[in-house]
Design a binder for this molecule. Structure first.
Ligand SMILES: CC(C)(COP(=O)(O)OP(=O)(O)OC[C@H]1O[C@@H](n2cnc3c(N)ncnc32)[C@H](O)[C@@H]1OP(=O)(O)O)[C@@H](O)C(=O)NCCC(=O)NCCS
Length: 181
């Protein structure tokens, strides 16, 4: 069964990870991997933490968080804020986005997080429906760029519940059932 893994971005994999393309949403609903990494370098007050997402040894996605940041709304939302999430368009609809969020939840829970926040641009073709499927709910607030802020209450999502297609193989290895292309 294929499984996703989060890996650090180094000189060795930087080009391959930068080649990940989220499709038409890129630029409108999410920035490119390269722009996201640049944004992280320019926004140290956001405590950026990012990883490449691998499936079967191939980079298929990118995720970036504000990691246990001191909130300063509406500019800095936190302490745990899903800042960027993208899956290569060739791999959309295979459960990878859900698997990434589940893995993020597992990681931040271990750090004592009780909620995961994110925000998204409102619009046709955007990720609103995706987040809704995962149980994130609007807080009613907007960030400084007018994006809708969403919240996932970590007390309300159990491991089995949030990862319906998941089984826990070992304490640190999550397996996700990804449908064939
Ligand atoms: C949004 C994104 C991360 C979703 O990743 P994905 O791997 O295709 O999503 P999954 O296959 O894990 O989908 C999980 C569920 O959400 C649903 N879903 C996925 N994208 C959706 C969308 N745009 N609208 C409505 N539902 C959606 C799926 O049908 C699935 O539902 P199910 O639980 O009933 O099966 C991916 O489409 C992407 O990278 N989009 C472009 C970048 C972007 O918008 N990122 C978010 C920036 S805030």
């Amino acid at each position: 069964m294929p499984s996703i893994a989060l890996r650090e971005i180094t000189d060795e994999n930087r080009d391959a990870v930068a080649a990940i393309h989220a499709g038409p949403a890129e630029g409108r609903f999410v920035s490119s991997v390269a722009d996201s990494i640049e944004e992280a370098a320019e926004t140290s007050e956001g405590n950026p933490w990012y990883r490449a997402v691998y499936l079967d040894g191939e980079p298929v996605g990118f995720v970036m968080l504000s990691w246990d940041v001191t909130p300063d709304p509406p500019d800095i939302i936190g302490p745990w804020f899903l800042w960027k999430l993208l899956v290569d368009e060739r791999h959309h609809g295979r459960g990878i986005g859900r698997a990434i969020v589940d893995e993020v939840v597992r990681l931040i829970r271990a750090e004592g997080a009780t909620e995961l926040l994110t925000s998204h641009v409102i619009g046709e073709g955007g990720p609103g429906g995706f987040y809704d499927r995962l149980g994130l709910v609007p807080t009613g607030a907007l960030d400084s760029e007018g994006e809708r802020i969403l919240r996932l209450d970590l007390a309300s999502v159990g491991c089995q519940e949030s990862g319906r297609r998941w089984s826990r193989a070992t304490p640190r290895t999550w397996m996700v059932s990804v449908p064939p292309r």
